[in-house]
Design a protein around this ligand. Structure first.
Ligand SMILES: [Zn+2]
Length: 718
């Protein structure tokens, strides 16, 4: 249709220019003559010209002035009328005229949409993609007002095709075309099947041949539609789009410009032979974002959250799994934010139809925003005893603790003379306990003593070092900072309660980053959800290297804390997190929510596995479990244990060191000895290519072997 339209326009323009050329040709001789006459005058007699001017002024009498004034007045009035008309046109019909002007241009220009890049999980499984869809478009004005060479209107043939090929209703489609009779562009049907699009040209050819008619004025508009093949999986990490390519929340929002490409354009114009020439500037497709998320792990986590909610239920349940060695987030979910990405405004997973219908649009938007926000990075809460790990790490790092200290817990501590004593979880007191036991049994009394040893300055300093009170810098929108006391706020009471994780607020992602650093040898990495950017043909554009922010504690501190965490799961308060056959460390938290009198709790567990060579950390939170006695961290522990059971085999987390593993490590040591030839035992233990866990294990194996040799010698003597 545009071809025909442009042809018409071109013809009228050509006609106009021919007319102009014609009149110019007619005018030329006369104009040339008059010009030469004037030139003669000016050159030949200056004096005469001056005289003529003077006589003109003399003749410019009152009558002429009046005429001039009248003419001037008429021109002004006409101008005012013209301005008025223009303003009226602009206000009333501006857009209509703009469209008409566009219609009369002699070239065509059409947008070519780009494909927004995919979001994949760490293994390349597509979590968000854009697929091409076709809309059936028509030019109603052209179809109604034009006819083919045999003088048959296009309308009848077009309606035939729309009914027979696209299956549209004859009466409806006829009405629609007539109603839109002045329009040059109208979408009759969205999302036409690709098969219909592909077969269209052939069908039309046959139809035209058979019926001796021409079909014109129908075409397909291409566009892309965002789809999420895994529906609700990782919804709060992925986010969604609106208005086609505007990312909202999650990776879609954070990496919006990376995912978007640039729109192309096709230009068409008519050459002197009236052939349509086309130039095309291709669209540039967007880049693919590879997430650190493992969709398998994510699904397992979400299934367990669903199961927990079905069995017990809670106000909210949230879980994060990360790699402590670089702080890549492997799975992240909270029960309040597991919505269908293909239908992000659907609240039916939380509310009944009646409830949804009763909502005002403001109410609904408020609820939607609470669903879309990512609890794991945005919301802060009181952590409780999981925080003790960091206080003990600070004490060890400062050399205030060596590991062999003992504390006496009598069940309470009067921090400031004349104030109420602050109680330990065990009211009767833990008695005399070691440093390790203070973590294992989660003793508040011992931790208050450690907090006091650190003092307000160092305590505040370590809170800062571990990143509490600050954003971690995770590559997602809407991160919270939590709230901690600064040095001036850490008066004796606040220092005492902060030491066991009360009176301060943290986010899950802060805990993940800080816990990673204390179990990985002291390296604080920026948590992140994206690991790579690929271009549309799959080549790597950018590797997102893990960002090492700082060294927070020494290897020695980290190693010692790991042994404490392991003991806490083996024999301490985190026994419910045990998974048979695996080496797990961790710490529980049971935080009473404000106001304290309501007896509402947020219980949690943060764990690491395997302790000898940490490969994953898991953090689970159950906010107000649906039970009478909420103050039981076992809800969070069991949830974590159930998830770990399912994910360990997938993550290649090795089981406890059995004979086979020891043989494998010894083989590795022997290979390294051959390769690097250490001169003595000391050098052997410093082999660069063995990590610290394997060193520990190697030392353990050697110690055991020495004992064995010792025993054999003893036996021989006997
Ligand atoms: Zn105690």
């Amino acid at each position: 249709m545009s071809d025909r339209r442009n042809y018409r326009n071109r013809r009228s323009r050509d006609r106009r220019s021919v007319e102009r050329r014609h009149s110019y040709d007619e005018r030329t001789p006369r104009d040339e003559y008059s010009m030469s006459e004037e030139a003669d005058q000016s050159v030949s007699s200056d004096g005469r010209m001056r005289r003529r001017k003077r006589s003109k002024i003399e003749k410019f009498n009152f009558q002429m002035q009046a005429n001039l004034l009248l003419a001037f007045g008429v021109v002004i009035v006409l101008l005012l009328i013209l301005i008025g008309v223009l303003i009226k046109i602009n206000i009333k019909d501006g857009s209509r005229y703009a469209k008409k002007v566009l219609n009369q241009q002699s070239y065509t220009s059409a947008e070519i949409p780009f494909k927004r890049g995919d979001i994949t999980d760490r293994n390349g499984i597509v979590m968000a993609t854009s697929i091409k869809v076709y809309n059936l478009a028509i030019d109603p004005w052209y179809v109604l007002n034009n006819q083919d060479s045999s003088k048959k209107k296009y309308k009848d043939a077009v309606i035939d095709v729309l009914v027979d090929y696209f299956g549209l209703d004859k009466e409806e489609v006829t009405n629609e075309i007539e109603e839109k009779g002045n329009s040059r562009y109208y979408i009759l049907k969205e999302n036409v099947d690709t098969e219909l699009v592909n077969g269209y040209e052939e069908y039309v050819k046959k139809y035209q041949k058979k019926n001796k008619r021409t079909v014109k004025g129908i075409w397909f508009d291409e566009e892309y539609e965002r789809r999420y093949p895994l529906d609700k999986v990782a919804s709060s990490v992925i986010g969604f789009t609106y208005d086609k390519n505007m990312g909202n929340w999650g990776i879609e929002g954070q990496y919006n410009s990376t995912l978007n490409g640039s729109t192309g354009r096709s230009f068409g114009y008519y050459d002197s032979e009236l052939n349509l020439e086309r130039t095309v500037k291709n669209a540039e497709d967007g880049n693919t974002v590879v997430s650190t998320i493992d969709s398998m792990l994510q699904k397992i986590v979400e299934n367990h959250i669903d199961r927990f909610n079905a069995d017990t239920g809670a106000k909210n349940v949230a879980v994060v799994i990360a790699n402590p060695n670089n702080c890549e987030i492997l799975a992240m979910a909270s029960s309040n934010g597991m919505y269908d990405l293909n239908n992000p405004r659907d609240l039916s997973f939380m509310y009944s139809d009646e409830e949804i219908q009763a909502m005002s649009s403001d109410e609904k938007l408020k609820i939607l925003n609470s669903v879309w926000r990512n609890y794991c990075i945005s919301d802060s809460y009181e952590p409780g005893s999981t925080y003790k790990s960091f206080v003990i790490a600070a004490g060890l790092e400062e050399g205030l603790l060596k590991g062999d200290e003992t504390f006496y817990c009598d069940g309470k501590e009067v921090v400031v003379e004349g104030t109420k004593p602050i109680k330990c979880a065990k009211r009767a007191g833990h008695g005399l306990i070691t440093l390790e036991q203070s973590l294992m049994f989660s003793c508040n009394d011992a931790l208050m003593a450690i907090g006091k040893m650190l003092g307000r300055e160092r305590f505040a300093q370590y809170q800062n070092v571990f990143g509490f009170g600050h954003k971690t810098g995770i590559d997602l929108m809407g991160e919270g900072t939590g709230i901690v006391y600064d040095e001036s706020g850490l008066n004796p009471i606040e220092l005492a309660t902060s030491s066991f994780g009360q009176g301060l607020n943290v986010t899950m992602v802060q805990m993940i980053a800080a816990f990673s650093s204390v179990v990985n040898g002291g390296y604080y990495y920026e948590p992140h959800v994206v690991k790579q950017i690929l271009n549309s043909s799959g080549a790597v554009v950018e590797d997102k290297e893990p960002v090492l922010v700082k060294k927070v504690v020494s290897q020695k501190t980290s190693d010692m804390l790991l042994t404490f965490l392991k003991a806490t799961v083996e024999e301490g308060t985190a026994k419910h997190a045990k998974v048979e056959g695996y080496s797990i460390g961790g710490k529980t938290g049971t935080a009473q929510k404000l106001p304290r009198g309501d007896r509402k709790y947020l219980v949690s567990f943060i764990g690491v596995a395997p302790c000898e060579n940490p490969q994953m950390i898991i953090y689970s939170i159950v906010d107000e479990p649906n039970v009478d006695n909420q103050a039981q961290s076992r809800y969070a522990q069991e949830l974590a244990a159930n998830i770990m059971k399912d994910v360990f085999p997938l993550m290649d987390i090795s089981q406890k060191m059995e004979l086979i593993s020891i043989i494998m490590i010894l083989t590795e040591v022997i290979i390294q000895m051959i390769l690097y030839q250490p001169r003595n035992l000391r050098n052997l233990l410093q082999l660069k290519h063995l990590n610290h866990r394997k060193h520990l294990l190697l030392m353990m194996v050697m110690k055991k072997s020495m004992n064995l040799i010792h025993l054999i010698r003893k036996y021989r003597k006997i």
